[in-house]
Each structure stands twice: as C-alpha cells, then as structure tokens.
Ligand binder design. Structure first.
Ligand code: GDP
Ligand code: MN
Length: 378
C-alpha cells in the first residue's frame, strides 16, 4: 500500500525526525491562504499523487507570492500525472537546496533482508544513476538481529558526509527511519531528496513509504490512510465476494478455478499472442452465484471481447460446474462469446450438458486459449 508524501512526512515526524510544515489544499484558493499562513517568501506547491516523478511532470513548482501560489496550485490541480488526477497539493516552505542525496530502506528479495541504499547523487535523476552508474548507489544489508546500532549508523552516514555534524544528524535519521520501517512493516521507506541547504541544514525534501499489504491487519493507523484507485476498489469488492481478482489491461476475460491454473491461463494467453484482461480465481465451488458475480466483474470492463472459462474439476465435479454455468447464464444478459474448457472429474458429462448452447466448448487448455486469442483479435 502506498501513501502520499504529506502522510509519509507526518509519519516520519511522529518518529522524531523533523520535517517542514506543510499545508494540504484541495483548491487554489486554499493554497493562497496557505502561502499567507506559512509566512515565507518562497514556498513550493507539490502535487499529492500516489506515484513518483511529479517533478518531471510539472507537479512541483515554486511560488513567491500569494497570487503565484494560487496560479501554480490551479495549474497543478489540473494535471493528471501517470493516470493519477491531482486532487490535492501541499504548500510547504521552499528549501534553498545546495545538494541532493538519496536514502532508502527496502526489502530486498535477493538477499532476503532489509537493505539500506544510499547515493550522493539524489534527486529526480536517481533512476538514470541506477541505470548508468549503479556503482554510485551503495547497498548495505541490515542484519535483523543487529539492526542499526550507533556505530553502524555512523559508518553508513560517512558514505554521504565527512563533516561530523552532518554525519551525526544522518546517523540519527537512519536509525529513526529504520525503526519506522520495522515498526510499521514497510516495504520501502525512501527519502529522495534528502536536501542539504546552503545554510548547512539537512531537510527531508521528499518522502515515499509503501507498506506490506499482508501486515496491514496489525496497523489500523496505516490502513486508515488507504486511498484505493478505481482498480483497487474493484479488487476489494471482488475480495469481499470470495474472488481473487486482479485487473490487467487486455481483452480476454478469464474465469478460472485455482490460483495456479489462473496464472497458467494468463501465461498461455500471452504465449499465444493474446492479452488477458484480468486474473480471476473463483475458488473451488460450482455455486452459480459466484459465476454470476465473476461474470459481472468481467463485463464491467468495456475492453473485454471474449471470456475464457478454464475449469479443472477435482473435488468440484465438472457436471456441477456445468450446471452452475447454465443457471448463471440464464440470468446473465450478455452475448459476449464464452469459451469453456472443462477437464477432470465427470468432464464428459459436463461438456455434454453445455454443448449445443451459447458456449464454445474446447477440449484442451491449448485449444481453448487459441480460440480465445483468435476471437479477441476479430
Ligand atoms: P518527485 O519528482 O515526485 O520525486 O518530487 P520531489 O519532491 O522529489 O521534487 C522533485 C525535485 O524538485 C527535487 O529533487 C528538487 O530538486 C526539487 N525541489 C523540490 N522541493 C524543492 C524546494 O523546496 N526547493 C528547491 N530548490 N527545489 C525543490
Ligand atoms: Mn522525490
């Protein structure tokens, strides 16, 4: 789960790391008032969207007067950044930046541990640095039993700074950020940039935190910050109905029993040159209501041109599934082509029940997938 910059900064602040005052605004008029309230000559207006790269997309702009704060906020509130419409901005004190640094803690699958990443060339080109000069990004594995005691925190802080006051400040920052990361079950806690001002002050200019979804049950305070995207709303609705659903962006709607088979189906569609509209595991039941709900989900997506139902009958018998499908489709009003592949227990009976009706019956998964890809390209 992602949170906004202003929420990340609030959380960071609650762990004892100082952040600059920020005022959240939903309208340009509020940004004008915020400018007055901050009482600084120069402020920055920043889009609050759940994606990075705001600076490059024009979502971070300075303002030197209340009028300018108004216009900049108005412009930014009209932007859509990587499919995220900007509905709110923060107004915050502008920082007189001398240099920018990168710091993050992230769960690293390769070393199966938390790693600390640091780079003396932080800022909006960090991806470029990662691609062209990966050696400039230093990575340190954190031993979970040792954590970040003072001597290690200082050692790592020396990677960025030589001057003792900056080293000490950075060491404390690293320790507090690591505590946040562990306490809140984060999967990423990133400060980019950590800014050094011309006056020698270290400032958290931007912060990004994501959390492990599977640990959210023990962090109601974090879960309360959840702002689902349209796709996530649909996924949550599906979850409530006992369906595992993930939206993809292709044309073939998939309805499959079992997560492994659902993944194999998505893979095979891709292999045969098609593109799946979703991953959908309806679980191991033949309940027609589940089929109705699953179909309703698939048909909500206007891109879906064909539906591929791929069922392996194990404990759930194919004839039961067939009868569920017949009941469900009596109620469903759609003429979208539906390809069914039934295999396993009582498959012959199941296929016979469905033949001669509105379904296109396939014997094998390969045949069914080929058919679905063909139909989707018509
Ligand atoms: P991002 O593009 O979404 O990562 O947004 P950031 O908050 O990191 O801002 C992008 C860039 O804008 C930063 O790397 C800075 O170079 C610049 N920036 C952001 N805030 C300020 C500020 O207060 N003063 C100055 N001088 N530059 C800023
Ligand atoms: Mn940034």
């Amino acid at each position: 789960m992602k949170i906004h910059e202003y929420q990340a900064k609030d959380l960071i602040s609650s762990f004892g790391i100082p952040v600059k005052k920020q005022i959240l605004c939903y309208e340009a008029g509020q940004a004008e008032l915020a400018y007055k309230e901050l009482d600084r000559e120069k402020v920055v207006i920043k889009a609050q969207v759940l994606t990075g790269g705001r600076g490059k997309a024009g979502g971070v702009k300075p303002a030197k007067s209340k009028e300018e704060a108004f216009t900049q906020a108005k412009n930014i509130l009209g932007l859509t950044i990587k499919d995220f419409p900007v509905t709110k901005v923060i107004v915050t004190e502008a920082i007189d930046i001398e240099s920018e640094y990168y710091i993050s803690f992230v769960v690293d699958r390769h070393t199966k541990s938390v790693i600390l990443m640091m780079c003396a060339e932080g800022g909006i080109e960090i991806e470029e640095v990662a691609a062209k000069n990966p050696e400039k990004i230093l990575k340190f594995t954190i031993d979970p039993l040792v954590g970040l005691p003072d001597y290690l925190a200082r050692k790592y802080a020396f990677v960025l700074f030589k001057e003792m006051t900056l080293v000490n400040q950075t060491a404390i920052l690293l320790q507090k950020l690591y505590r946040l990361f562990i306490d809140k079950d984060a999967s990423l806690a990133e400060i980019n940039p950590l800014a050094l001002t011309k006056q020698g002050e270290l400032v958290i200019a931007d912060a990004k935190i994501t959390f492990d979804d599977n640990a959210l049950y023990r962090h109601p305070d974090i879960l309360a910050l959840f702002e689902p995207t349209e796709d996530e709303k649909i996924e949550a609705e599906a979850k409530g109905k006992g369906l595992s659903f993930v939206r993809l962006d292709g044309e073939i709607g998939c309805m499959v029993n079992g997560a492994g088979l659902a993944m194999a189906t998505v893979d095979m569609i891709n292999l045969y040159g098609g593109s799946p509209a979703n991953f959908l595991d309806i679980g191991g039941s033949s309940n027609p209501n589940k089929v109705i709900e699953a179909m309703a989900l698939l048909l909500k997506d206007p891109k879906v041109k064909v539906v591929l139902i791929n069922i392996f009958g194990g404990i759930t018998r194919c004839d039961d599934v067939a009868s569920g499908l017949l009941t469900a489709f009596k109620q469903l009003k759609t003429d979208i082509p539906v390809i069914v592949r039934l295999t396993g227990t009582n498959e012959k009976e199941g296929r016979e029940m469905l033949s001669g009706g509105r379904f296109i019956i396939a014997k094998t998964m390969g045949e069914a997938t080929h058919l679905a890809v063909e139909v989707s390209k018509k």
